[in-house]
Design a protein around this ligand. Structure first.
Ligand code: 2HG
Ligand code: ZN
Length: 473
């Protein structure tokens, strides 16, 4: 079947607003948030429900047309990027944007893939519940994407990754059949847990269309503090102090470097460091509890007081209102945007055992400085669960393209240290199109081979999200 016939059939199925073919309409779908990948496509499919989406996939399969599923297009690794040769179609999930159900007794919500994470959080809050997944891009990132990549974010230390919050899934498989697994059971041992195969598969095995998410009670007390600390060891010591005092109270424990904080302060409007002096390192801690006993503030002050006394913390500020909590979080959440504004940056979304975070930051900072003098190391992230974004910003005034051309060299330098520290080169952003070249080295032998066999069994014609996860054909 010719492309023209396929597009005519898709237009008849999806209607005029369900199929974009004009280059001025499709262009925004052809670049990623970081500006690393620029592709082409003949069409963007925008089905409004699962039945039409499944039929569209059947039509594509019959024409051997390849599909790149896309949610909010916030991937940091080109996970939703189309190829440069124009041979792939984009399938946007954003019109599947209904919240099908919220059940405050079962503590679950059934959400379509195109709902933004923020909209899902707000809907859960209106029902008196908490959807605890929280990531910097939550205003644009969608439920389908966060599950397809098994996103982690700020609250993993307490609630786990997206995987741990998903009880059921509906997905369209590469041949257009619908996997109907929208169950909301805590116990359901019935053969292979297929939803867990789809979660984290980055759209290479199926297109997630709807999910049942686990909700939690909303906290009644929340405390947020920003602390200036002298070393990464001191940041880790502070984490251990909070864990020792009450591990169940830690909702988020985030690390930031002085370099990253300075970029946010300089490049993000309305960002202001509320401490008297800048510090070489920072910690943002959020405590929360559903209890209504008024004791959470005391816990925070006791731990911080001891840390100030023993020198682990140099200075600290505790938010006194929701507005202050948000402005402290802004200093952390704007890190990605500030780095984008600072010029070219190379990202390493890595994880190590929590105990090895100080070694990771010290060794990787020194190794990158030796590789490219003047390079700005901007490590930050989710210290509480061992996930550090060891990002490198180009030297001030350097040529962006020349700097980015050395991305593999920089990534390999950092990842060699990560490997030595028994970590992972891909913690929460996925492998996407950026890191498949690392797979043989890190997941070689039986592991990568089994992944390939699963891919071939479910998607023998490599129809879904080609070029992601796997190196080569
Ligand atoms: C975050 O934690 C995101 O803010 C983005 O995962 C990290 O920019 C990054 O590398
Ligand atoms: Zn992150």
């Amino acid at each position: 079947m010719s492309t023209d016939t396929l597009l005519a059939d898709l237009r008849a199925l999806l209607g005029p607003s369900g199929l974009l073919t004009d280059p001025s309409d499709t262009e925004p779908y052809c670049s990623d948030w970081r500006g690393l990948f620029h592709g082409r496509t003949d069409a963007v499919l925008r089905p409004s429900d699962t039945a039409r989406l499944a039929e569209a996939v059947r039509l594509c399969a019959a024409s051997a047309a390849r599909i790149v599923p896309m949610g909010g297009n916030t991937s940091m690794v080109g996970g939703a990027s189309v190829s440069e040769d124009g041979s792939e179609l984009v399938l946007s999930l954003t019109r599947l944007n209904r919240i099908r159900a919220i059940d405050p007794v079962d503590m679950t919500m059934t959400v379509e893939a195109g709902v933004t994470l923020k909209a899902a959080q707000d809907a859960a809050a209106e029902a008196g519940c908490l959807l605890p997944l929280s990531i910097s891009s939550e205003g644009s990132a969608t439920i389908g994407g966060v599950l397809a990549t098994n996103a982690g974010g700020n609250n993993t230390v307490r609630y786990g990754n997206a995987r741990e919050l998903c009880l059921g899934l509906e997905a369209v498989l590469p041949d257009g059949t619908v996997f109907e697994g929208l169950r909301r059971l805590r116990k359901d041992n019935t053969g292979y847990a297929l939803r867990h195969l789809l979660i984290g598969s980055e759209g290479t095995l199926g297109i997630i269309t709807c999910a049942v998410l686990q909700l939690y009670p909303r906290p009644r007390q929340v405390e947020v503090a920003l602390c200036g600390v002298e070393s990464v060891d001191a940041a880790l010591a502070l984490f251990m102090a909070f864990r020792g005092a009450d591990p169940s109270a830690i909702q988020a424990f985030e690390y930031m470097s002085g370099t990253g904080m300075a970029l946010v302060n300089t490049l993000i409007p309305d960002a202001a460091l509320p401490l008297a002096e800048p510090s070489p390192h920072y910690v943002l801690v959020e405590l929360a509890t559903v209890r209504d006993d008024g004791l959470l503030r005391g816990l925070l002050e006791t731990v911080l007081g001891a840390a100030l006394e023993n020198g682990a913390v140099q200075d600290a500020v505790i938010a006194e209102s929701q507005a202050q909590r948000l402005s402290l979080w802004k200093l952390r959440e704007e890190h990605a945007e500030a780095q984008k504004r600072a010029g070219g940056s190379v990202k390493n979304d890595v994880s190590v055992p929590v105990s090895k975070i100080p070694a990771l930051i010290a060794r990787a900072t020194a190794a990158c400085a030796a590789l490219i003098p003047g390079i700005r190391a901007v490590p930050f992230g989710h210290l509480g669960d061992g996930n550090i974004h060891f990002n490198l910003v180009q030297p001030d005034g350097a040529d962006r393209a020349q700097f980015l051309a050395r991305d593999h060299e920089i990534m390999d330098t950092v990842c060699a240290i990560v490997r030595d520290l028994e970590g992972s080169f891909s913690a929460e952003h996925g492998v996407g199109r950026l890191k498949p070249y690392m797979m043989p080295d890190w997941r070689g032998g039986a592991e990568l081979d089994t992944m390939r066999r699963i891919k071939r069994a479910i998607d023998p014609d490599d129809m879904l999200n080609p070029g992601k996860i796997f190196p080569g054909p």
